[in-house]
Design a protein around this ligand. Structure first.
Ligand SMILES: [Zn+2]
Ligand SMILES: [Zn+2]
Length: 303
């Protein structure tokens, strides 16, 4: 009997030790598998190695507002089609030359153009804003101001979509942030005139005006609208919308109140572009395909 009891006790002890060992091993393994890189540059390198995308392609997609998760699910064909969609012949040649150079091993890493003189560098833009980004000297964007700018852009995105519970990546405020230079091949002459706000949850989300004013330009096809506010001394332009009522509620010369419906985010562009210039009753839609920045920082007016 005693021998039996001892045997049983020993067995229980052995089983217990095994169980403890197993749980320790499991905890260790869980810990190991949770160690995915959190540093954006390491994530980009990972995607580049796994998917055979060039680093500049990943950088350009991030600048356009795609998350690392979305990029890692794309095919190379999709990447090329997104990145070349808006390029003219000259820009496309630069893009293709970079791809060829990488294939030939001339430049195995990212091929980034030399930044224009006076542009300021930010190593990491928070909330998926990209790595090694460059900003026009006029917008004074630095390592010390970038987090405040991103916070303001987020406040603006919540306001124009009238949804205060959404966070990145459900709402995004990127493409190029105002004054951001398109440093990747094909985009060397691009300097973004405004900020791109995306509602990633609701593709056709309604967009509301963050300011009051008077309509100085509106599209009859429903795509864009300009609103001039004389006391602020600015014209705010919204692009990539649908359903702008340019022949009715948003007729040129008509007043607009803060919070008024402007239109819907369109699914082709997938984001709303907002830019601010200091021209009174401006009727232009300033382009952004020029290193001369016409517009000013929009953040204080949208948040
Ligand atoms: Zn834009
Ligand atoms: Zn203007």
């Amino acid at each position: 009997m005693r021998r039996d009891l001892l045997k049983r006790k020993t067995t229980v002890l052995i089983i217990s030790v095994i169980m403890v060992l197993c749980s320790v091993t499991f905890a260790y393994a869980t810990d190991e598998s949770a160690q995915e890189p959190t540093d954006p540059k390491a994530i980009e390198k990972n995607i580049s190695e796994q998917k055979h995308f060039a680093l500049f392609q990943i950088d350009a997609l991030v600048d356009m507002g795609y998350t690392y998760d979305e990029i890692s699910k794309m095919s190379l064909d999709q990447v090329n089609s997104i990145l070349t969609k808006d390029l003219n012949a000259e820009e496309l040649a630069s893009y293709n030359a970079a791809i060829t150079a990488i294939k030939n091993g001339t430049s195995p890493d990212a091929i980034l153009a030399t930044p224009p003189a006076g542009y300021t560098h930010v190593a990491v833009v928070p909330d998926g804003g990209g790595t090694d980004e460059w900003f026009h000297p006029n917008v004074n964007t630095t390592e010390s101001t970038i987090s405040g700018i991103v916070t303001d852009a987020k406040a603006g995105a919540r306001k124009i979509f009238n949804n205060y519970s959404l966070n990145y990546p459900d709402i995004r405020y990127s493409y190029y942030i105002c004054g951001e230079w398109g440093e990747d091949p094909g985009y060397e002459n691009w300097c973004h005139e405004g900020v791109d706000l995306k509602n990633a949850v609701s593709p056709t989300a309604a967009v509301y005006s963050p300011i009051s004013g008077v309509v100085s330009k509106s599209s009859t096809s429903g795509k864009y609208v300009n609103i001039y506010n004389s006391s602020l001394g600015i014209t705010m332009n919204f692009q990539h919308l649908n359903n702008v009522d340019g022949t009715g509620k948003l007729l040129e010369g008509q007043p607009v109140s803060a919070g008024q419906f402007l239109g819907n985010q369109n699914t082709t562009d997938g984001h709303v572009h907002v830019q601010v210039c200091t021209h009174a009753s401006c009727t232009s839609v300033h382009s952004g395909r020029d290193l001369t920045l016409v517009c000013i920082k929009p953040y204080q007016y949208i948040k």
